[in-house]
Design a protein around this ligand. Structure first.
Ligand SMILES: [Zn+2]
Length: 123
């Protein structure tokens, strides 16, 4: 049986939009409760550290699995290609490596900003 979170009175099922006892809007209270259980913030430091160890892991940590796996496979492909071409792709690998670290940092910042603003995960 649902009850009014404001005054505690039992409500008829299904809940009305307003509490018949105190007149508080039930919907507003439900939304306020929802944002109270917002997902926790993600650690930017952790995203960058795991991304430094395994490229793409920072993106996977923040919930962008496809992007993270794409980066990981790109890095593997670049390593294979550079072994086959006498290491001429090393500068490209370094550039992609640094960019994916910056990306992990920015994605985590965006994630935290969105969670703070809307109370749900952005993607
Ligand atoms: Zn009430």
């Amino acid at each position: 049986m649902p009850f009014c979170p404001s005054c505690g009175r039992l409500l008829p099922d299904p809940s009305p939009n307003f509490c018949p006892n105190c007149g508080k809007a039930i919907l507003t209270i439900a939304v306020a409760q929802q944002s109270a259980i917002r997902p926790p913030k993600k650690s930017i430091l952790f995203a960058v550290v795991v991304g430094a160890i395994i490229p793409g892991m920072g993106q996977i940590y923040v919930g962008k699995e496809d992007r993270g796996l794409g980066i990981l496979f790109l890095m593997i492909a670049l390593w294979v290609a550079t072994f086959l071409t006498a290491f001429i792709l090393i500068p490209v690998i370094i550039a992609v490596y640094l960019l994916q670290l910056i990306d992990a940092f920015l994605q985590t910042m965006n994630y935290n900003k969105y969670v703070k603003k809307y109370g749900t995960e952005p993607w």
